[in-house]
Design a protein around this ligand. Sequence first.
Ligand SMILES: [Fe+2]
Length: 175
Amino acid sequence: MNKENMKKNIQKLIEFHLQYALSSYKLASRAVALGWDGFHRWFQIESSDANVHTRRMLNFLAGFNISYDIPSVNNTNDYNNLDAIGMTKAIKQIKEDGLNLCNEIYNDSLQNNDLVTARFTDWYVHDFFAEIDFANRIINKLKNGSDTYDLNAELLTKEEPDNVSVVQPFSRWGE
Ligand SMILES: [Fe+2]
């Protein structure tokens, strides 16, 4: 066990998710300004998802008796000029940044003989991939002439995250 390495890497992922939660709320607020209630709901769900993802990390560290630090985050992102496609590209960019961070953590963990953290990070890779795929589908629909009104209606029916399976550090993806 390389507890020092576990903490170092998971702290980075925690900070990333705190930013992700705040950015999602900012996007949600922008959606309200545009009158898109479905997009508003989607970005609220994204923020909940970021918090549930964070609980998974906190439980991971706590399970090994590693205390965690909650940093103060200063979120300077400004989404106030974005339209529906711009907001969707912004949330997709967050997921891509998250995936890059997971790559970094995965490689660092393996280099430091920390298979536990590498395996733990794997779940986030699956999850970010699915979420990028979802955002791409929305972007493609908008690019190819789909009505934002219909998409907005579709987003009103998007599923809420399943908290119970997500907060357990070693539950498998999609279960
Ligand atoms: Fe997620």
